[in-house]
Design a binder for this molecule. Structure first.
Ligand code: LLP
Length: 421
């Protein structure tokens, strides 16, 4: 459930008409709902009720400061994957002991920044990285809290580009080598080995792959404890999917996921962490765009809109489906039309949907891409010199621009001219 609903035939974001925002900020733009963010965070928090747990929002999904502050105010931790994300989390006021640092290639500079600024734990992805964290910690005279990410070799049954838990993927250490790597970690005096981390992929629409992975983690916890390691924290990653195509998708709910987590891992008495990104942010955001032209092709109609692949890359990159809806609903009885929905960028890949049937539109009409809150704005680029589009946050009947649209001048002035020119 989200808070983008029609009232008297026009789309609202909470209590604000989307068309009113478009009139003030121009199109295209991203629009987020505070209530939806809050609701989704709470669903996870409640799903793990009765356990010692922390929901660490995977801020790679949507990392605007206003969004981070909204979630941090509810007690969210953050999962960060770069020095930039760490800096963003700190700037939003998230305390270091609520920030976990994931990612396969943490640099010494990033490790240093996190150790001096405060960190809950590093999720270590390889032995060379473990050595680097140990080294930086020793130089600083501290102990770095770590978990080791294990790769359980489980098929997440999701798009190949976002599956991470198979042995062919670059992530984690093979679970078969875990005992050896934990023994090595325990011998390094700059490390405090506190737990195990696992993340098998994103947009999972079944619980079974999670269950398989978590059962392996449960077994490993007992093995490592028997080896003398004080395993007291389990980071279970993110990955729970959302219904992109509302008419025919119904992925498991956070409460079902939480029940499965308690069933597979509850008996171990560990502190639990989860790192959801998409489920918290995805349906908390839409991208609003305007129809520029409707063009008659030989055998099809093209709806050419002012949003493009540089603003929302998911359809081009993952063949992802986004529901695209009119901001003003069709009058009852009006005939629908079928379109290829495309942006103005000079590539055929700049196609959002093919043969999509929806209500008829004309130039200047507004359309909204649902489920665009996660991996939308954060993956945008200025390809074709299209400035990054603004982000707007709604709360009840108020809205605020939380990232303005740069002017052409601002975009151009970031370039610098060498002396010889
Ligand atoms: N934790 C780790 C270590 C991750 O790598 C990810 C996502 C998450 C948590 C959050 O997963 P989520 O709950 O959002 O599924 N750009 C792609 C998605 C990439 C996901 C990368 N890692 C897309 O647009 O579908």
């Amino acid at each position: 459930m989200d808070h983008f609903l029609y009232r008297d035939g026009t789309l609202f974001a909470e209590d604000v008409p989307v068309a009113e925002i478009a009139a003030q900020v121009g199109t295209p733009f991203y629009c987020y709902s505070t209530a939806t963010f809050e609701r989704h965070f709470r669903l996870f928090d409640e799903a793990l009720e009765g356990t010692d747990h922390l929901v660490c929002y995977a801020m790679k999904a949507a990392s605007n400061q206003a969004i981070l502050k909204t979630l941090a105010a509810l007690g969210a931790g953050m999962d960060v994957v770069s020095g930039g994300e760490y800096a963003r989390a700190k700037a939003a006021g998230v305390p270091g002991d609520r920030i976990v640092f994931s990612g396969v290639g943490k640099t010494c500079e990033e490790i240093h920044a996190a150790l001096t600024g405060g960190i809950r734990q590093f999720n270590v992805e390889s032995e060379p990285e473990m050595a680097a964290i140990n080294q930086v910690a020793l130089e600083l005279g501290v102990k770095a809290p770590i978990t080791i990410r294990v790769n359980p070799d489980v098929d997440a049954k999701t798009h190949a580009k976002i599956a991470t838990g198979k042995s062919e993927n670059k992530f984690g250490i093979p679970i078969s080598r875990a005992r050896e790597v934990y023994a090595h970690a325990a011998s390094l005096s700059g490390l405090d080995v506190i737990g195990i981390d696992v993340h098998i992929g994103s947009q999972l629409t079944q619980l079974e792959p999670f269950r398989l992975a978590y059962e392996k983690v449960a077994e490993l916890t007992e093995t490592l404890r028997a080896d003398g390691h004080n395993i007291r924290r389990l980071d279970l990653g993110g990955g729970l999917g959302i219904p992109y195509e509302r008419s025919n998708e119904a992925p498991p709910l956070p409460v079902e996921y939480g029940a499965m987590v308690k069933e597979t891992l509850g008996h171990l008495g560990c502190e639990l962490e989860i790192e959801p990104g998409r489920l918290i942010a995805g349906n908390a955001g839409i991208m609003v765009s305007k129809v520029i032209y409707v063009k008659e092709g030989e055998d099809r109609q093209f709806m050419i809109i002012d949003g493009a692949m540089n603003d929302l890359i998911r359809p081009a990159m993952y063949e992802a489906h986004h529901d695209i809806i009119p901001v003003v609903e069709a009058a009852p009885g009006e005939e629908p039309a079928t379109y290829d929905i495309v942006g103005p960028v000079c590539e055929s890949g700049d196609t959002f949907a093919k043969g999509r049937t929806m209500s008829e539109v004309k130039a200047d009409d507004l359309v909204a891409f649902r489920s665009a809150g996660a991996y939308g704005a954060v993956m945008a680029s200025e390809y074709n010199s299209r400035p990054l589009i603004p982000e707007v946050l709604v709360k009840d009947d108020q809205f605020a621009v939380i990232r303005p649209r740069p002017t052409f001048e601002e975009m151009i002035n970031r370039d610098t001219i060498p002396e010889w020119l």
